[in-house]
Write a protein that binds this ligand. Sequence first.
Ligand code: PRX
Length: 688
Amino acid sequence: MTDKKQTRAASGAGMSGAGAKADPPVHAASISGEAIEILMHEKRRFEPPPGFSRDAHIRSLEEYQQLYDRSMTDPEGFWAEMAEQNLHWFRHWDKVLEYDFDRPQVAWFIGAQINVCYNCLDRHLTGEGRHKAAIVWESDSGEYRTFTYGQLALEVNRFANVLRKHGAGRGDRVSIYLPMIPELAIAMLACARIGAIHSVVFGGFSAGSLADRIRDCGACMLVTCDGGMRGGKVVPMKAHADEALRSCPTVEKVIVAERLGGRATAMEEGRDSWWRDEMEADDVDDYCRPQELDAEDPLFILYTSGSTGAPKGVLHTSGGYLLYAHLTFKWIFDYKPGDLHFCTADVGWITGHTYVVYGPLSNGATLLMFEGVPAYPGPDRLWRIVDKHQVSIFYTAPTVIRSLMREGAHWVEKHPLKSLRLLGSVGEPINPEAWMWYFENVGHGRLPIVDTYWQTETGGIIITPLPGAMTMKPGSASRPFPGVAPQVVRRDGSPAPPGEGGYLVVDKPWPGMLRGTYGDPEHKRVKEVYFEKFPGKYFTGDGAAVDAEGDYWLLGRIDDVVNVSGHRLGTAEIESALVSQESVAEAAVVGFPHEVKGSGVYAFVVLRQGYDGSDDMRRVLAAHVASEISPIARPDKIEFVSGLPKTRSGKIMRRILRKVAAGETQDLGDTSTLADPEVLDEIVAERL
Ligand code: PRX
């Protein structure tokens, strides 16, 4: 993996060209013009298999182009038609769209009433649909359970009644801290049924991260479990939850699912009760009437890291989000009723919300939910699952592909994988080498791959190939989904010409986009983060280039966000975790290219007087970050320095630190504004 092309793949951040000179809030990063050139030199092209196109929802580039043009010239007509054809509405809308990107404010299907849970369950229960599998759940140790739509609906209805019984209702926030077990989907759908807003917190987050997220949204309830199983090990989730709840006074009720069994977990009298006891109570009915909600009623909050401050609670609403989840799932994964869809993402992230839960279920699809990890008990676990359950659509992250690639193709070759018909990738740029490995070894050179670009904020995929319609170019995410109007712009907002790296923005609203962040009713924060840099446009925080044919090549984050194994982390969060440790005086964190993770975390740390920069200290600090945030955030490299490179006004020059971390020490760029140039020599000399 020392190929030049790999540098881009794993570089995490960057652009060049006219927009490349700013420092925060949006700065230039480490990708050079040369890297863009290498990337766009990728000349391999693969046409969709003819048989695939013939049966696909969208069969040709012409068909896509017609749809796309229609969605641009008549967006309201296009989306109204999609909404009518694809979802059940209790009340029709009075108006399709109102928006103003300056305030910013966006509303879709104004006046309409809908229930997301009804669309995901009830409408599939007529006739044979009731007995179709909705969820196939595979446990960490390889047992499995299947829930038909009828069975799932019963669980969801009863749990919705449990939530109601404990006082949760429309607009209340319910935090969910669960591993990948069916109760997670059940709890989400139950919230959606009664109009409560769910806030799922990834099970790998620490007690402190959980507490921050519960407090921010003022949840009245927490749904958790006794413990999780990952790679044969127990994760003590209830213990984390108990620790978090010490600082979360709004939570009055905790419902604890039994994953480990044995009821050995300590329960707090009056606050905690077991899921099973709640579900089996005599006063809990089998049916809970779905609440008729406004299309713009919030469906969920999902916290995500940004370049500054604490993670933001991105807010998605009901009608637009569901329509977007539904349609992107159907067209991009070319969903057919016989498919089994396996998305390996955890439901704690947006990919799991949209393409494990809402997209598949609203289409009446069968989804596979996997509790474990790709390398347990062996590096062929995912391929075993594919064969065992006859998975037809497989959706994973480049970091997973790269880590399995490293184990060797023989792990894949042992498995026929004949049931597969489509592969997908998400979470970070996929380097052409990983793409080719996936294509040849998993897809046997005959399956389309959809490299899907999107974000927590976009709700669903916004740039992607449509598998029956588009030529695949390894490393390119292809074209915008109908209704989405991306542009690559220079720093002054003017369009970047083909081949020039620039800032990726979106010019028009689409139904799945965020409506705000929780606790920001005036939309001040949203405006500052997403709409101020390029007035009138949504700014993604990513760099991109478009080639002469109109295909998009994503270049990674260009703000202070690192994408570690497809998980988004703010460097500011990691810095504040580091400085909360008693030995640390100051810290600066940047991403650096990492072969498997995409980006690794590189921390420059100034210790307080009396502390030694030893390997032991490195271990202490890494463990501290893991316990403050999550093991995902653990720094890969910690360099002890006596000072950080700053401008005369005291601003850390991260641009330089990124270059040092990436090993580009020959070309550190303009260092003339450095207050203390000697610091830099030391930093370069001590580079790890
Ligand atoms: O940098 C982009 C990268 O992941 C970021 C969004 O992270 P998150 O909100 O956690 O959502 C991840 C799953 C949708 C983006 O800003 N990203 C995601 N998919 C791709 C990607 N970068 C390049 N190509 C992709 N296919």
